[in-house]
Each structure stands twice: as structure tokens, then as C-alpha cells.
Design a protein around this ligand. Sequence first.
Ligand code: UD1
Length: 420
Amino acid sequence: MDRFVIRGGRALSGDVKVSGAKNAALPILAAALMVPGRVRFENLPHLNDVTTMLQLLGRMGVEVLLDDTGSVELDATQLSSLVAPYDLVRTMRASIVVLGPLLARGHEAEVSLPGGCAIGARPVNLHIKALEKLGVTFEVTDGYIKGRAPGGLVGGKVLFDKITVTGTENVLMAAALAKGETIIENAAREPEVSDLADCLVAFGAKIEGIGTDTLRIEGVPSLHGATHRIIPDRIEAGTFLVAAAATRGQCTLTDCEPEHMEATLVKLEEAGAKITRGDTTVSLDMEGCRPKAVDITTLEYPGFATDMQAQFVALNAVAEGVGQVTETIFENRMMHIPEMQRMGAHIDLHGATASVIGKPVLKGAPVMSTDLRASASLVVAGLVAEGETVVDRVYHIDRGYERIEEKLRRLGADIDRVRV
Ligand code: UD1
């Protein structure tokens, strides 16, 4: 099991190339299940979650050909299984995104009930309820969700009670091959959902309203192969900007999409950062100043991303003033707070709101990763802390960040991966 050893206190400075988006890559890889032919995806991030998804597809009979330029070719001409087994699904909750494609292509599917990030209950009831509108019947037995639509899927009207990213993605994929029209209302508008929709359109799907909360899908009898480039990871990008801001440094991101990061950029400006937006670049400069505390409330896109919440708690912990951070998307997504308190952070947690009273410095300490974004925030805290911070269980961070320690070292951070 790996850990990071960080000796904090250095202002970060330099360039970072942003990788492809994990949360776009996972459903897009799953979409290959719907195509009886060869598809090619570019800008695939090299991450544990991506490897898990490729293994899952491999178990279903998909041929996988990776090359060293960050592209992958998949061929799902022959599917040998419509089952997503527990041993893989338990390591990655997002495996649920194979449900829609399997039902669309094979008219039946068995997916183990997911595990993954320990951030609240994270049920899949909304996925099931929505897919039932497309003619699927479900039963849950032996820890598996088993869905069947013997005559094929039929278009329907889906109104999500609550906005769900992977729920929207599952219905979008299922509807692409359903008979007739599907309308999804209260759809998630995250850029990763739009990237999946763009990819499906490249495969021959008919989708209108991409990027809005109403998606109209006219089902087609079959999809065909195409090449699609995965969008940049706005959460990875935002994490590096927060790390640079917290250390009073500077940083230029390349290969990113500034438009997708507006909520993060506005908060960083409020914190005192000078931000320069280019077409595919963002530069941040703190001009050596201590950040100012900012208030955050997480919301669905285009609101402030829950996946950036923990990193901003770390920023506020060393900022001037008091920042109120409220989590509205997930219950129990404040597990980084006790760890940061062990580093001397002054944080009062009441319900879903953390009052973060900024201190000039944190102190290095041994801390434990509990989930993907919490571990990123502990790395940020370690970079600003005096002395040595050891972040344990970095397998969480490897699920969603491509060689984070190498990218941070390029920015001047003193961070090592140690195998124990
Ligand atoms: C996705 C992202 C994750 C991000 C989250 C919110 C992927 C692979 N993961 O997760 O990084 O933090 O969106 O932006 O894209 N809910 C239900 N029933 C359901 C489904 C969801 O009650 O059937 C609830 C969840 O518990 C949560 C809220 O809806 O409170 C939003 O969750 P959702 O958007 O579904 O998150 P994911 O798609 O799992």
C-alpha cells in the first residue's frame, strides 16, 4: 500500500498538463458496449478507475487495445457476458454506468450493487426508476440488480426527482437504442454528461438539448464506430489551482477547458488569485499573498462542484478570515475534516456546514485518505503545512489523479511516493 510523504512550505510554481476527465472517460468507455464494431477514444487518463472499467469491459468480451499515446481502441462486436460482477463493481461505484448500455444492447443486464467511495449511502434507486420508464423490469437478488426488457427498450418520459450524473448517463445511453423518443427532464448538465452525449452522437445517436436540463433522444436501431476525444478533467485542473493558491504560488494549466471550471475560478478570484483565462489554458498567480477565506455551497453544475469542496476546505484552513463550506450533494462528505484538524486546522463542523477559521500555518502530521477528493485535500494541506505530512492509503487518490506526485514535483513540491 503506497503513501505520500510531503514536506510542505514551498510555493508551487510552473506548468501542469491536465489529463482527460475520469468522470467523462468512465461512461464513454461503457458506451463502447453499445457499438457492434471498433471505437477509438483519445485523451484517456491513466487511472485506476479507468483500468477497472477496462477490466470490466474485458470480462464482457470487449477487445481492448491500449496504445502509449493515451488512446484506446475497443471492439464490442461480440459480447460474451451481460454481467458486471461484484469483485470489480465493489472497487468502483461508477461501474453502474454499464447498466444502461448492457440493457440497450443485450436487453438484459446484471450489475452487482455498487461499493466505491464511502461518502454517504449513494443509492441507485433513481437509475432503476428511470430505466423502468423505458420498459425495463428489475429485481434485486443476491446483491445484484437484474434488469430485463425482452422485447427491447421503448422510449419514455423520465423526470428525475433529483439531479443525478450517472443516472442521467445511464438513461441517455439506454435511450439511444430504444424504440421511439425519450425525454429526460431535470437531467444533469455536467460537462461529462455532455461529453458522453457528444460521443454518442458521433456513434450515430440522435440527441437534442445537449448541455441543458432537457434531453430529447430519438432512438436508432444501431450505432457505429467513431473516434472521440475525452474532455479535460476540470476537477484535476481545479485541484492543482487550489494547491498553487494555498501555497501562495503560481501555476499555468495547459490542455484544459476554462469554461467548465468557472465556479472554481470565480472562488479562486474571491480568494485573491489573479486568474487569466486562455482558450485551453488557465494561469493563476497569488503574487505571494495569503489567500482570503471563501464561502462555498456545493451544487449541481454549473454550481460549485462537490468534487472541489474538500480542496477548498484545505485552502480556507490557511486563509485569512472564516470560510463557511456547505455540502448539499452528499451526506457524510466531510471526512477530511478530522484529518485536517490533526494538522492543526481550526474547523467547526455543524451538520453539513464547516466553519473554517483560517490559521497562518498548519503542522505536518500522519493522516489517512478516506475517499478520492478527501485525499486530494490532504495532499493540498500537506503542501502548505510546516514539516512532514504522511498521507496514507493513496490508492484512493490513484483512482482519480494521474501521477499526482509527479505533476506536483514539476511545480516544485517536495513529495515522494513510498511503498510500505
Ligand atoms: C457523479 C460523479 C462524482 C460526483 C457526483 C456529483 C461520476 C463517475 N461520479 O457521481 O464524482 O461527486 O456525480 O457531482 O461521474 N442519488 C440518489 N439515488 C440515485 C442516484 C443518486 O439518491 O439513484 C443521490 C446521491 O446519493 C447524491 C445525489 O443523488 O446525494 C447526486 O448523486 P449523483 O449525481 O448520482 O452522483 P454520481 O453520479 O454517483
